[in-house]
Design a protein around this ligand. Structure first.
Ligand SMILES: [Fe+2]
Length: 488
């Protein structure tokens, strides 16, 4: 990965641990926790609906040791999964690190061994054990997402092999799909609710720069990694989306450049002259790829996409530039102008290679989600997190839950007194409607710093949470969450 690195450039012993107090993303509501906790029969304000039965899991970076040299949020950090199991009107909590081999090595050493991604370090291989994780000198941190597919729970980073964890969060080990995805996968696979397929992609700093693959419903790779044609640079691509027939890539002009980083510049170069392109790849793998060229914008996450006749519609928060959190301007290409966010719908005509871009709302938002049972199919409702302006929040924190009705283009919102995480739709057992269920998220009270799991009734939204489940431990701000219904 890091061709051109020399020992003199990156001597590990030159790197000093980051002072957590000096980093906004290692302190306050982002401060990592230092223990694994179990708690049964959690205290509840309000009532947990009796028709919720499953587990809510959320992943996020939680460095066990002060990072060496640099810490870039949200691009690194040991993964920690926080989970709340709910059933019979009761709840229990557990959190566990994802015990990667890199983390185990650091735990044996009692300190960080790897450098931050902006300060790669040559690690004494003798310290890493007999089966070091791939990716050195970058540490494999499975901190971005947690998904379930083919009855496996997979903790995901982007571009590396997942780590499998048990349903009770014990780390099982690296998982490469029986050798089918030897280099790993993205942090944002899309699981087709109709076929059971998991569609994945992976970007790289060398050719092929972008590949995609399909994992069948039984967990075996049915379409091996295939290059997306026409991708001639190492674009960073965090998320994608699918429809019934397409994998949909929106490729913004964020280019990875390791040599620039080693010369003291940015690892990520924002190159607006390249524009943003949308690439539709037929999932059947045998049709022509459609490409649409647009003015530059950036997308972290997609709500969903679907086919509407001959067109493909996709909904997502968009940004005028690469919107990394504050304090990491070097990673973001040191853009001088703050980026602007809005909510956007694109409607693509694959046959003509054209697209219509519509601004649905002009406020920044993130973590868009739908009822996952509609992945790749037409949705009406989606939720995002946003900032109300009522609280002193760090960039990237949200206190407002917004629900868009895309059939009317209108939104409704509920303002909390907490920093809320990604909001997940939890269907009521046995129900099928997009509003027949609950919205669920982890929340950290702004006033008293307590951690909660909030549960809203989607049918009544906007409204106060129907239940606030008290977490008897601190839960830092994190990244992606999912709901996993109990298997019959
Ligand atoms: Fe993400």
């Amino acid at each position: 990965m890091a061709r051109g690195l020399t020992l003199a450039d990156t001597a590990q012993n030159r790197l000093r641990p980051v002072n957590p107090a000096s980093s906004p993303y290692l302190s306050g509501r982002f401060a990592p926790v230092d223990r694994e906790t179990d708690a049964d029969d959690l205290r509840v304000e309000g009532t947990i609906p009796a028709d919720i039965d499953g587990v809510f899991m959320r992943n996020g970076p939680n460095p066990k040791f002060p990072p060496l040299g640099s810490y870039t949020y949200p691009l690194e950090g040991d993964g920690m999964i926080h989970a709340v199991w709910i059933g019979g009107g009761k709840a229990r909590y557990r959190n566990r690190w994802v015990w990667t081999n890199g983390l185990r090595a650091e735990d044996r050493a009692g300190r960080a061994l790897y450098g931050g991604i902006m300060t790669p370090a040559f690690v004494d291989q003798n310290l890493l054990g007999p089966d070091p994780d791939p990716g050195w000198p970058t540490k494999l941190d499975a901190f971005i997402n947690i998904v379930r597919h083919a009855d496996r729970f997979l903790a995901l980073e982007e571009g590396t092999p997942p780590y499998e964890v048990s349903p009770e969060l014990q780390t099982i080990g690296r998982f490469d799909f029986g050798g089918g995805l030897p280099l790993g996968m993205c942090a944002h696979p899309r699981i087709d609710p109709v076929t059971g397929e998991m569609v994945v992609f992976r970007y790289d700093i060398e050719e092929p720069f972008l590949t995609w693959a399909i994992v069948g419903p039984d967990g075996s790779v049915t379409r091996p990694p295939s290059a997306v044609p026409g991708i001639d640079k190492a674009f960073m691509i965090h998320d994608f989306t699918i429809t019934e027939h397409y994998a949909v890539f929106v490729i913004g002009p964020a280019v990875l450049d390791v040599n620039a980083m080693l010369a003291g510049g940015s690892m990520l170069q924002w190159q607006p002259d390249l524009g943003t392109r949308i690439v539709l790849v037929p999932r059947a793998g045998d049709g022509p790829v459609s490409t649409v060229e647009l003015d530059p914008f950036w997308v972290w996450h997609f709500a969903n996409a679907y086919e509407d006749g001959d067109r493909v519609v996709a909904d997502f928060p968009s940004w005028s530039g690469l919107s990394l959190a504050a304090g990491d301007r070097r990673a973001a290409g040191d853009q001088r102008t703050p980026v602007a966010g809005q909510f956007t719908r694109v409607s693509i005509d694959p046959a003509r290679g054209a697209a219509t871009v519509t601004s649905v709302g002009d406020h920044p938002s993130e973590f868009p989600r739908i009822d996952d049972r509609l992945t790749g199919r037409r949705h009406r409702y989606l939720t995002v997190g946003a900032a109300s302006g009522k609280h002193d929040l760090a960039r990237g924190e949200h206190d407002r839950l917004v629900r868009w009705d895309m059939s009317t283009g209108r939104s409704e919102a509920w303002d909390t007194d907490a920093s809320i995480g990604e909001v997940v739709f939890v269907p009521r057992n046995g129900a099928s409607g997009e509003l027949d269920g609950y919205y669920m998220t982890l929340a950290r009270s702004v006033a008293d710093d307590h951690s909660w799991l909030y549960v809203w009734d989607a049918a009544d939204f906007p409204c106060p949470p129907r239940a606030r489940i008290a977490i008897p431990a601190t839960v830092p701000n994190g990244l992606h969450a999912n709901w996993f219904a109990r298997r019959p």
